[in-house]
Design a protein around this ligand. Structure first.
Ligand SMILES: Cc1ncc(COP(=O)(O)O)c(C=O)c1O
Length: 329
């Protein structure tokens, strides 16, 4: 075996901080504030937004997360996202150290420190550092982290012309994992990379029985030829907070005669492909029409009226409802 002449420096704490700062200056990011229970406080310098390498969320994916929207200085629908967060924690056998009340408080205060009025707030629970084993290390303290950032941005074209999706070749997650918002997003990442490589905007999972699943970080829904809003059941996909809210808000469209009914059930691919409208829904994307699925045009190939009406209802809910928390800047 030959040893190369590569010199690897042994770094001290000052070097490490300098290297982290250098890394961030090479690749600027828009992270406005980060809370870490491990640090016991909030940092605003992205170079300091770090986790111990042996945290089991890092090397084993034993962690969960959720994301709530920040709109005009208000946090939208945080309670629904916290419900799902706590459910994911339970399903992942993660100890929840801060109480729900404390977590909400930390999220709101970190947002206030960030100064951001629009964007997103993502928070994680990790099983903590202490070993490179599989199960949580003896005496490990679960970590709670909050990041306030600009949020995910999609091309303007998605809103104006609609999105183009493909059926992913990657298998859908098994239901027990799909319903849990854990940090294991490998299938979601691969599906999104595949879609981009093949010239599509995003991908859709189909389950083993030929029913529609979900997107990479979004749900999908349909408007049938008979004006029925159909959403896949939430037993094998993530229960999107946006979809759940839209299913409520859409009742107004039934009252207005724009929809005949709303159904949450298995959606066979053949039925879905024949739909009048196909939608992507999610906290980051809100509501976007899908105008092409694989080589098939959906509806008349233009964003449809129900997608537009649902987006209006959601935006109104985000501006003016009892689901908003004022951030005390
Ligand atoms: C896999 C997956 N499905 C659906 C969604 C949509 O959920 P929400 O509406 O809560 O953003 C997300 C985003 O969190 C997701 O990651």
């Amino acid at each position: 075996m030959t040893v190369t002449h590569l010199t690897i420096p042994v770094l001290n704490a000052d070097h490490v901080l300098a290297r982290f700062k250098e890394l961030r200056s090479k690749q600027p990011v828009s992270y406005a504030a980060f809370y870490s229970s491990q640090l016991g406080g909030i940092v605003t310098d992205p170079a300091l937004m770090v986790l111990p390498f042996d945290d089991h969320m890092v090397h084993r994916g034993h962690g969960i997360f959720d994301t709530a929207g920040l709109i005009n200085g208000k946090i939208y629908d945080l309670e629904a996202h916290l419900d799902r967060f706590l459910l994911s924690a339970e399903r992942s056998k993660l100890k929840v150290v801060p109480s729900r009340h404390e977590m909400r408080d930390i999220i709101v205060k970190t947002t206030a420190v960030s100064g951001r009025r629009d964007g997103a707030i993502r928070y994680w629970l990790s099983s903590g550092p202490g070993s490179l084993e599989l199960t949580p290390a003896a005496g490990s303290e679960p970590g709670f982290f909050v990041m306030v950032f600009a949020g995910l941005v999609y091309p303007e074209r998605w809103a104006t012309q609609g999105a183009r999706v493909m059926t992913t070749t990657y298998p859908i997650k098994a239901p027990a994992y799909a319903i849990t918002k854990a940090t294991n997003y490998l299938p979601n990442v691969l599906m999104q990379m595949e879609a981009k490589e093949l010239g599509f905007d995003t991908g859709v999972f189909i389950d083993g029985d030929g029913h529609v699943g979900e997107g990479s970080n979004m749900n999908v829904a349909f408007v049938t030829k008979h004006a029925i809003l159909v959403h896949p059941k939430f037993d094998h996909i993530l229960a999107g907070c946006t979809s759940l809210r839209l299913l409520e808000l859409a009742k107004v469209l039934c009252d207005q005669g724009l929809l005949k009914a709303i159904e949450v059930r298995d959606v066979p691919v053949a039925e879905a492909r024949a739909s009048r409208e196909m939608l992507l829904t999610g906290s980051s994307v809100k509501v976007v029409s899908i105008v092409q699925w694989d080589d098939q045009v959906i509806g008349d190939g233009k964003p449809g009226p129900i997608a537009k009406a649902l987006l209006r209802l959601l935006e109104e809910d985000m501006r003016n409802s009892d689901r908003l928390i004022d951030v005390p800047y």
